[in-house]
Design a protein around this ligand. Structure first.
Ligand SMILES: [Zn+2]
Length: 160
């Protein structure tokens, strides 16, 4: 595995709409492993492919260091309610802000071994997935957040 360079806000790759993955192979699985290693090394809870310079619809999420989700071509198929919570982003170092997200979601994606998966998520996991999927559409949380500050206001949560 290898640590990848994290692209920072201002890099045009973060503004692009990512292309769907067409082939799931060893190379893609290595990218997923490298993304995960980069995320853990940066104390992140999620990372999307454009954050490491790849404009494809792939993200890795792990909010409790127990359940890692490698998501290929993820799509949110159901949303319920709304909640406002603090977010940060590995591509926007030291910035935090409040973002309104759906309280509960259902996401469909392809696993690293080419299996169709469905996951229902709420709380930090649901928030993180919504944050990562925004990355795949070229949107950063600072585009939509309110009350952006330098430094974290709350102790929980993580950088995505
Ligand atoms: Zn992010």
């Amino acid at each position: 595995m290898a640590l990848l360079e994290i692209k920072k806000a201002g890099d045009p790759v973060l503004k692009k709409i990512c292309a769907p993955v067409e082939k799931i192979d060893k190379r893609l699985r290595k990218l997923l492993d490298d993304m995960a290693e980069t995320m853990y090394a940066s104390e992140g809870v999620g990372i999307a492919a454009p954050q490491v310079g790849k404009s494809i619809r792939v993200c890795v999420v792990d909010v409790d260091k127990k359940n890692r989700y490698d998501m290929i071509n993820p799509v949110i198929t159901y949303r319920e309610g709304s909640q406002v919570g603090e977010e940060g982003c590995l591509s926007c170092p030291d910035l935090f802000g409040d973002v309104e997200r759906a309280a509960k979601i259902r996401v469909e994606y392809i696993s690293r071994f080419n299996k169709k998966k469905t996951l229902e998520a709420e709380g930090l996991l649901g928030r993180c997935i919504q944050h990562e999927l925004d990355h795949l559409d070229g949107q950063l949380f600072i585009d939509v957040a309110k009350n952006i500050t330098k430094g974290r206001k709350e102790k929980n949560g993580g950088q995505e």
